[in-house]
Design a protein around this ligand. Sequence first.
Ligand code: SF4
Length: 431
Amino acid sequence: MAQATTTLQQDLFEIPAEEEPPGHLANEVEEPPSLRLLRNRKKFFSGVPDASWNDWKWQFRNRITSIEALSKLIPLSVRDQINMRLVAEKYPLSITPYYFCLINHNDPHDPVRIQSLPAIEEIALAGILPEDPLEEERDSVVPGLVHRYPDRVLLVVTDICPMLCRHCTRKREWRRGRWVRTPSEIDRMADYIASNPGIRDVIISGGDPLTLSNRQLESILQKMRRIEHVEIIRIGTRVPVVLPQRIDDELCRVLSKYEPIWLNTHFNHAGEITEEARAACNKILRHGIPINNQSVLLAGVNDTVEKQLSLCHNLLKAKIRPYYLFQADEVEGTEHLRTSVEKGLRIIEGMRGHTSGLAVPTYVIDLPGGGGKVPLQTSYLVSRADGELVFKNYLGKIYRYHNPRMLASVGSRNGRRKPNDSQMALEMAVA
Ligand code: SF4
């Protein structure tokens, strides 16, 4: 993933007065996700024995992929059905029975529902955003391999996902049918990496690479591990969230053979962190594979301080590090799910200091046009003069800090003060 180099100051923004502050939801009583799962499973899939339910291949085969199948499970008005069919023609749906059972079906604004069921806004707002704002295809040096940063590459090995997330950055791929890179395509990627010794970090992504068989996955991992200068391999997957049954001992054994491997997953809401998801993550961790979470800031899903705190605290309880909170990309078919950057900054400000630093993800924006990721954060530096820096803390209280006295004399020539690098960096930070 991208390493950020630029800091954006909050005071560059005039936060509009009418912007709804990311508030706290009073009196919201959430049903524990595992209880909801159990209740919904009994209601919708009562005849399915445990052996099938816990078999990831059964879950995959029985995904809900049509409006007809969906309308047999939950009541949908004729209008909803027509709208969803129109959307699904352009952006198909796919929901595992497991993930479907995490939805609170009494709440039309349920965060799991928002992420998984087609919404008319996906096509009603068509044409205002690009399909590939990050220009991944422009940066594809061989088919499926994106080389944007000097030391790392992204391998898009399939476009198949167990669940099609309505906010997906690679929605454009859904219309191309289902594909998996062939062994010879993987060989071309490996050849490219082998001939570029500066590449030390390989990210295997998709689609979801854990939809591949263990044999296919192992073949890719072997090819990457044969390249001496590849130090780490990262796997980007939403399987722990939408299909935790896939995480079995056999898969973990395969992954652990090719360490160091890091797994990046994508929980967006605390309602996704069930006992099953926790157990799957624990299995991965016990095989020596650290897990980071990369969530996306989504309107109605996780765009309040309270929801983010709940998500991050539950991630930490599951021993998953909240790594990134992404500002949603400007992708066609997702406009209704985006929030403003100002709101995102307010959320992070509402978390920082109010909980441990470990629970606060780095808020980043992936710049359109292939500019890469940059972090977004509020500035706590209020002013600086004559070596004295003035900060506000998370409660808004003011504190002063003095630079080492030596700093003031460094670079002094003939009475004219020339700032060194540290001073220049500070000048820029308060500018
Ligand atoms: S799992 Fe990732 S790649 Fe697949 S649909 Fe969801 S966001 Fe897109």
